[in-house]
Write a protein that binds this ligand. Structure first.
Ligand SMILES: Nc1nc2c(c(=O)[nH]1)N[C@H]1C(S)=C(S)[C@@H](COP(=O)(O)OP(=O)(O)OC[C@H]3O[C@@H](n4cnc5c(=O)[nH]c(N)nc54)[C@H](O)[C@@H]3O)O[C@H]1N2
Ligand SMILES: Nc1nc2c(c(=O)[nH]1)N[C@H]1C(S)=C(S)[C@@H](COP(=O)(O)OP(=O)(O)OC[C@H]3O[C@@H](n4cnc5c(=O)[nH]c(N)nc54)[C@H](O)[C@@H]3O)O[C@H]1N2
Ligand SMILES: [Mo]
Length: 733
């Protein structure tokens, strides 16, 4: 088995990395200055920075920094792509570049275009680039367009994007959360009437148990690990549920904490390894075991919830052998887990993509919520449900309206404020826009950041879909694979400033529903980059009749904030954020057991066992992230904590490798209904029968299967066959 070069997450390796990145970014001091500036951290949605200064969290703790923020910051400070590069490099050659190679090109510093039949991208003026975009939108009818946003942009840019889309006449507006936490939003809406976290950051300091399921915060939300370490130091417990033994969830060294740095901190007290996709069965088993030891908080259940009787009935009807087989976890282990939950008074259940990326993503979250409700862990301090969200402002982008048809209250306010009729259609979600594009029904799209191409299942299909769009306009800081493989027949790419380079302040919302103000700053590199708000306004000005808006006020971020405060539910306090008022959004977190459902009670749901059952000889494949990437952006090939030095690996248990007749480093073919890939076997501590590959590369074989309720692709429950490459070669011969 390949041994990781390190024996814990974090530690000296993380520090050495910081110094190296500092040199690449043109100096450790300038990198440090940017990291310390009053801007919300650019990477995950844990929330950091803002008016308390960079590297400071919501509770005022300093220094809070992770490798990811350093990577992202250093990446934005790197060199720019020259005009010569575009003149010299045919698109066909760019198409062969890897995600890491795109990242290393540097910042895009001027608009470029490639038209149908062009062999190269070429530099164009801002006027021409905007003109081309405007013409395409004018030529299309609104239902032949869509507007997509990633979660990196500001609230101001997001609000403006959806505003102009509605004024133009379409509800085809969506963001990356359809491929991310949509299942959590749907499930939490059913449980307590609000789609986001029920807890604030401080609650983590009051909990005595954390259940971390389907998430790898050691790599993806490292500062959450500090919270888990502190919780254990106070005598609390951490339970992990994950098919893969993640090193950083066993032991971690927090660089800013000398005790942890010196000795390493233990993270998990109990580590359960279910089958990929086995969580509903496991969570039901734990709940059944909890009921058997009378650890259900019956007074909470009867006073504050609904639906327990049906769940109880369903549990009694569930048989242990079935739950054990479907989860891959023994009854004894489930009983251990139940005892640990029963010993805690206040617990927080937290999860990420390991629960949402399944055909049964919504059921996964509902089954987890059932467990928390049964313990009475909702609506009191130190207890609750915490979806660990992805992009740094994915919540704000959603709050500010980048979603298809808006809720009635929001839509009415928009009509009141601007005097135009909102479009009435349901609007497309992300996947529906992709299908429409594949059918040739999309003539123009605006992509505010992100990489829609590489985020989609079925890479070839996704490329074909996007290549059929008449004109794609991407607003981006850097180039990625999507700008080549997922460009429209005419592709306009516009260079944007990052949030800490904006001349005007912007705002962001964390996964704890806390809204912070970023001061902005000066561009880290020289070029023609413009602010996202300015770019969107310029497009709107060309497309919409001149009477609709006061264009100068749309370019002012503080005016936009005033409008958001009048229109966006929960954002009333935004208008005064510049007077020192970073704020917690009202009505979303619960410290009293009164919830936002019609009757004020939280709701249990019966969750049937999913129909995810690989055939004899098939494996359950999940696709996941490495330590060295941020989504489709690959910073380095190595995954430090998992000990993989390359990305084209398939992680499998020793037992499965033996039965396939392969060893570490041997080549295998992984085949799904969508396609096949050659990969290199990497022996890992993973539940036998389950295997893992890296996203986004593995999207070449991820089928287009969705959770019907959340419209999220099942990126983590894929049935595949695996065979040694040699055998294939023989059979071909
Ligand atoms: N460094 C870094 N940080 C990031 C990102 C990044 O790419 N890199 N991306 C950001 C974004 S947008 C997001 S959404 C988050 C993603 O954060 P995560 O959800 O933590 O990331 P993933 O790597 O997709 O998968 C998480 C874990 O789920 C486990 N898992 C997979 N399938 C199952 C299952 O069926 N059951 C259970 N119980 N576990 C399962 C995997 O073993 C893995 O440990 O991180 C954000 N932060
Ligand atoms: N197989 C598989 N597929 C997946 C996943 C998985 O786990 N497995 N995860 C899914 C998830 S959770 C997500 S969130 C999606 C990711 O979906 P996206 O959000 O669409 O993709 P990213 O890779 O995060 O987008 C990165 C790009 O954003 C642009 N960018 C970066 N910063 C800025 C900025 O400040 N402003 C602007 N305008 N642009 C910027 C750059 O072009 C960069 O290359 O992928 C999904 N796809
Ligand atoms: Mo995400």
């Amino acid at each position: 088995m390949a041994r990781p070069r390190v024996r814990s997450g974090g530690g000296l390796a993380a520090l050495a990395y910081t110094l190296r990145k500092g040199r690449e970014a043109g100096g450790v001091i300038s990198l440090y200055r940017r990291l310390r500036s009053n801007n919300a951290c650019k990477t995950c949605a844990l929330g950091m920075g803002g008016q308390s200064g960079g590297m400071v969290n919501e509770a005022g703790h300093f220094p809070e920094v992770c490798k990811k923020s350093i990577q992202a910051q250093a990446g934005d400070m790197a060199r720019t792509i020259s005009e010569r590069f575009f003149a010299r490099t045919p698109i066909a050659e760019m198409a062969a570049a890897s995600a890491a190679e795109f990242e290393r090109l540097g910042r895009l510093a001027f608009p470029v275009i490639a038209e149908e039949g062009d062999t190269h991208f070429r530099r164009i003026s801002w006027d021409e680039a905007l003109q081309r975009t405007v013409e395409a939108l004018r030529d299309a009818s609104p239902d032949q367009t869509f507007f997509y946003a990633s979660g990196r942009s500001s609230n101001e840019a997001a609000y403006l994007l959806q505003l102009i889309a509605r004024a133009y006449g379409t509800n085809n507006v969506h963001n990356c959360s359809y491929y991310c936490h949509a299942a959590s939003g749907v499930a939490l809406g059913k449980v307590y009437g609000s789609g986001t976290s029920s807890v604030v950051l401080d609650d983590l300091d009051r909990a005595d148990l954390a259940l971390v399921i389907g998430a790898n915060p050691a790599s993806n939300h490292p500062r959450l690990i500090t919270k888990l370490i502190n919780l254990r130091r106070r005598g609390g417990r951490v339970m992990v549920i994950n098919p893969l033994r993640e090193l950083g969830l066993e032991k971690f060294r927090v660089p800013s904490d000398w005790r942890s740095m010196l000795l390493g901190s233990k993270i998990s007290d109990l580590y359960l390894q279910p089958h990929v996709g086995g969580d509903v069965a496991l969570l039901k088993g734990i709940l059944k075991a909890l009921a058997e030891i009378d650890a259900v908080d019956t007074s909470f259940v009867s006073a504050c919830t609904e639906g327990w009787e049906e769940v109880e009935k369903d549990l009694s009807a569930s048989q242990w052998p079935e739950l054990e087989a479907a989860s891959g976890v023994t009854r004894a282990e489930m009983a251990d887990a139940a005892r640990m939950l029963a010993s805690a008074e206040r617990g927080i259940s937290m999860w990420a993509m390991g629960l949402t990326h399944h055909v049964h993503g919504v059921d996964n979250v509902l089954a987890l919520a059932n467990l928390s409700l049964a313990r009475g862990w909702l609506g009191n301090a130190g207890a609750g449900l915490l979806p660990i969200r992805g992009h740094s402002n994915v919540q704000g982008v959603g709050s500010c309206g980048v979603s298809p048809k808006l809720k009635a209250a929001f839509a009415e306010k928009m009509e009141e404020a601007y005097g135009f009729r909102m479009p009435t259609g349901e609007g497309q979600d992300t996947y529906s826009s992709m299908t429409a594009a594949h059918e040739g029904a999309i003539r123009a799209c605006i992509l505010l950041g992100g990489n829609l191409f590489a985020s989609n299942p079925d890479r070839l299909w996704a490329s074909n879909a996007l290549r059929r769009i008449g004109m794609s306009c991407s607003i981006t800081t850097k180039l990625n694979e999507g700008h080549v493989h997922g460009r429209g027949r005419t592709a306009v790419i516009l260079p944007a400033l990052a949030r800490d380079e904006e001349a005007q302040a912007t705002t962001q919302e964390s996964m704890f529903n806390f809204v912070r103000l970023s001061d902005g700053g000066t561009p880290a590199v020289r070029g023609e980059m413009r602010s996202e708000v300015d770019i969107i306004s310029s497009i709107a000005e060309g497309v919409l009749p001149s009477r609709v808006f006061d264009w100068s006020s749309l370019r002012s971020h503080s005016k936009l904030r005033e409008e958001i405060s009048k229109v966006v539910p929960g954002y009333a306090a935004l208008g005064s954020i510049e007077d020192g008022g970073e704020f917690q959004i009202d009505g979303r977190t619960f410290h009293e057991p009164r919830f936002s459902t019609d009757h004020g009670r939280a709701v249990f749901h019966v969750t049937p066992l999913p129909d995810f059952d690989p055939a004899e000889g098939e494996f359950r494949l999940m696709t996941l992230r490495s330590e060295g990437q941020f989504n489709t952006v690959v910073y380095e090939e190595e995954d430090l904590y998992r000990g993989n030095s390359r990305r084209d690996v398939v992680m499998m248990s020793e037992e499965d490798a033996r039965s396939l007749g392969v060893g570490e480093g041997d080549r295998v073919v992984v085949e799904s209904e969508t396609g096949s890939m050659v990969a290199v076997a990497a022996i890992a501590q993973i539940r036998p029968g389950s295997i893992a590959m890296y996203y986004p590369e593995a999207n070449a074989i991820v089928p287009r299967r969705l959770d019907e309720r959340s419209k999220t692709p099942a990126f983590k429950s894929i049935c595949v066959k695996v065979r040694p490459l040699a055998e294939t070669a023989q059979s071909v011969a």
